[in-house]
Design a protein around this ligand. Sequence first.
Ligand code: NAD
Length: 520
Amino acid sequence: MPIEAAQSRPVFANINPATGELLGEYPSATPGEVRHAVERAHFAQPSWSALPLHRRVEALRRFQQLLVERKQQVAETISAEAGKPAVEALTSEILVVLDAVKFCAANAARVLREENVPHANPALKTKRGRLLWEPVGVVGIISPWNYPFSIPATDSLAALVLGNAVVLKPSELTPNSTLLLRDLLYDAGVPRDVFQVVLGEGPTGAALLESGIDKLIFTGSVATGRRVAVAAAQRLIPVVLELGGKDPMIVLEDANVDVASSGAVWGSLMNCGQTCISVERCYVHRSLFDRFVSECARKMQTLRVAVRDGDIGPLISQRQLEIVAGQVADAVASGATVVCGGCRLPELGPNFYAPTLLTGVTPQMRIMREETFGPVLPVIPFSTDDEAVALANDSEFGLAASVWSRSRHHGESIARRIRAGCVMVNDAVTGFGISEAPHGGFKSSGIGRTHGVLGMREMLQPRYVDVDMLPHWKQLWWYGYGGAFASQMGGFVDFLFSRKLSTRLAGGLRSAGSLFRRRL
Ligand code: NAD
């Protein structure tokens, strides 16, 4: 490493958000080190991709087994640095990754399969087209702190099984979970240069974009996503952006209040509300409103907010807590009512905030427009389905949404009108854990998809190969331009596309003479 790089290298601290304990200090990778990692990945990728698919699938399956064996260690590591209960790390991260391995292993052959591309045009009938799906090469992945294991793991597994190399920059707030992911992959047999982790803050992520990667999968905030998109545009690097959300929940007139209120409480509070697809706005039919609010309040008050192994942990940082507290204060100042919560819990630690239920909110308030990313459920009544759909769609975001109804038909008919990448009926948040489901947003919530077959396709690029089966023949359209040629081609166009039978027949005769003529 160059001496000047070592001297100017920033160091960042990894802190337990519940206790404030220092978990580790890490030097940020310098731009030179990031570039070197990408170069090594480029060198290693062709032989990884040349392996028979079953060898890469075997590595994934070994990873799966190792993860099952080390699940407790992984859950505790995630819990310590992200603040979520260990059991939630198990259900919403480790289980999701184990299922993703199964999905990737089962579908890799399908998405890599060559496809025939038949030609309908009679003039092109001598050609045979094939569509090949090839790994993009070196995939850069930049990930956030809120799902520090499952987000980088699901993206990496899809990239790796399809023959890509990966250089991953995790969030500076949660490096340990990703380092465990790296160790598990190495122990499973993934070569060291094929999967690399570069640690660091924003500038390390920016350096990854400048280091020769072939594609970037970015997950994070809208603000950073915009910066990343600009940098990627300058280098013409294709990018998938998984950004923020403000997910609406619609409780229709025919919903089961007990089920919907439990769904709202879990969907808004799990991971302390710090899920991109958390329930962030709730619209409830006026006839159910009072009962729904009192059920939500009762259920919220039974939850245990705790430093360790409760139902709800801390927010990730003081900064995040200030955003949440600021939005709640703004809503209250504008007339909202705090039904429960609405306060910090300093007796537990500086990053704790009570589960909060708000009524009296209006669609214009910041709490209904900006991503909150905290344990807050604002509820608004509506009178008609059309009004609920309009309220739900009135947002710059469009990541996910949920609709609640006893009638599958009613629920689905409303779901189809919501402008979001994933709309669930009678569940929320779970979409991220459905390996088959594509994950991604409309509007400011992002571009492209991860997960599912569409997510796997993002890790590939299509190459179209076309072979003419008559190598001794010249093509009819290769020069020889002139009046006769124009007339023959005009006839050919008539023959193919004219709706009048007589014109078609005449066109066919006019062009027939040229079909076998050799040109230039
Ligand atoms: P963030 O945007 O602050 O950071 C995300 C990552 O980008 C981090 O690794 C960070 O170091 C890196 N980064 C920062 N500046 C950069 C730059 N200039 N160039 C390249 N990389 C840079 O987001 P966060 O606070 O870590 O995560 C929370 C946000 O992520 C929320 O908005 C949440 O909704 C969103 N999120 C979205 C999804 C999704 O799938 N759509 C999933 C999880 C989180």
